[in-house]
Design a protein around this ligand. Structure first.
Ligand code: HAM
Length: 422
């Protein structure tokens, strides 16, 4: 019978790799802590409507990529493809605005999008991210960018590129949309199918098309940054001042438009050439209208999300090790039945004292047990056989020094502790 394989576009995170994940998650949590962001966990599935309304019906995510299904009660549900809409839902539903005027949340979560799998593009992937709800001030936007970059810096990532733009608000976007449509209309038939489909409702996304013909046609398109209303212009200007003050370098990309519809004013992306075609490690921006879109009170907000798999791809590319390789402290080699019987209680004593310890579970020869201890790079090997049992003394091999000493049972932990600290 054929073995069952994992679903295309999903990954098993195996030992060796999982340690990198834990180390990264610890670094993320520690950084979020000092920036005063609190963790908010939301369910893995939500009502489909949340994403349809939140992210936008015409976006690729909602129109082609969501894992949507009907449950047995005929409710339409979706495995979450992103975290911003669920965070906003949880914030409104739990009335977190009543507790504090500004709320700062972070998350580390699995997400689901039915995209065509390729390097750096998965169907189940993971993001960490942060969202600040309740302030329209550009300081919050700058703090977001600083936070994301700080996590990357602490992880050791190099050569990242930050691009920023402002996509305005309702006041300036409407007249700009008309300008853009007037520019595109004469050549609309030359644009790709996707762009033609977006022309009426979402022409801004045409600027983001990666196809060569479309981006060539867009070369001279009017730029929203040149048509921002005064408030959006000031907001963008202040953000840049803050980034300068924080010594964060950035490129202004007047055609940067993100793939989710909720953005207003600030948008940004962080990319790395090490990632190849899927070069974005981080995306984010301001979404001042999302709360109202979801039926809540007006709540200005800003956030970012970063792909964890993509971060780890860059780390691998740079040969970075986020977690040091793990060595065994003690391996117990037993000779004979009585010693084997005792090995579990010895292990318990060692483990209670904090030593990463192991023994043989296969009844192997001493030689094979020694090979296993070497394979696991044990620092110390305890040998216990009839003779040791009789004398109530272990033979202890200090592997790095190729030295062997005798240690009375009663002195084991004390001896190991002093050897380990040498
Ligand atoms: P996004 O640009 O869709 O934004 O995703 C953010 C990051 O998630 C991407 O830059 C990428 O690193 C990673 N990512 C996205 N899709 C995949 C995939 N299929 N496989 C692997 N990694 C992927 C958002 O999700 C917004 N919620 C960000 C945000 C937060 N905006 C405001 N607050």
């Amino acid at each position: 019978m054929a073995t069952i394989r994992r679903i295309k576009g999903t990954q098993d995170i195996l030992p060796g790799e999982s340690e990198q994940w834990v180390a990264l998650e610890t670094l993320i949590r520690e950084t979020m802590r000092v920036y005063n962001f609190k963790e908010l966990r939301t369910p893995v599935f939500e009502k489909t409507e949340l994403f349809a309304r939140g992210i936008g019906q015409l976006t690729d995510i909602v129109s082609k990529e969501m894992y949507t299904f009907f449950d047995r009660g005929n409710k339409q549900l979706t495995l979450k493809p992103e975290m911003t809409a669920p965070i906003m839902r949880a914030y409104l539903e739990n009335k977190l605005y009543a507790k504090s005027p500004v709320n700062k949340f972070f998350y580390i979560a699995p997400l689901f999008r039915q995209e065509n799998p390729q390097a750096g593009r998965l169907r189940q992937f993971h993001q960490f991210g942060a969202e600040t709800l309740g302030t329209a001030y550009p300081e919050a936007d700058a703090e977001m960018i600083d936070l994301a970059l700080n996590i990357y810096r602490r992880a050791g990532l190099e050569n990242l590129n930050l691009r920023i733009n402002s996509v305005g608000d309702v006041t300036c976007r409407l007249p700009y949309k008309k300008l853009l449509q007037d520019y595109i209309r004469p050549n609309l038939h030359l644009y790709c199918q996707d762009c033609q489909r977006r022309f009426d409702d979402n022409p801004l996304r045409i600027l983001d098309c990666k196809k060569e013909t479309c981006s060539a046609l867009n070369q001279k398109a009017p730029r929203l940054v040149d048509h921002l209303c005064e408030e959006c212009h000031t907001h963008y200007h202040r953000l840049k001042q803050h980034l300068d003050a924080l010594q964060i370098s950035y490129d202004e990309d007047p055609y940067l438009v993100r793939g989710l519809d909720y953005y207003t004013r600030t948008v940004f992306e962080i990319t790395s050439e090490a990632l190849g075609a899927q070069n974005a490690i981080c995306g984010g921006g301001r979404y001042d209208l999302l709360a109202e879109e979801l039926g809540g009170q007006p709540t200005p907000a800003v956030g970012f999300a970063s792909g964890i798999e993509r971060l780890l791809l860059i780390a691998r590319h740079q040969n970075l090790h986020l977690a040091p390789a793990q060595r065994l402290d003690v391996f117990i080699i037993t000779m004979g039945e009585t010693a084997r019987q005792k090995s579990l209680s010895w292990l318990k004593t060692l483990r209670q004292a904090g030593f990463l310890s192991e023994t043989d579970f296969l009844g192997r020869s001493v030689k094979a047990q020694m090979r296993e201890a070497n394979r696991q790079q044990a620092r110390f090997v305890l040998l216990a056989g009839e003779e040791e049992l009789e004398r109530k003394t272990f033979s202890l091999k200090i592997m790095d020094r190729s030295q062997q000493i005798s240690v009375p049972f009663a002195n084991l932990i004390e001896t190991l502790e002093s050897l380990a600290n040498e």
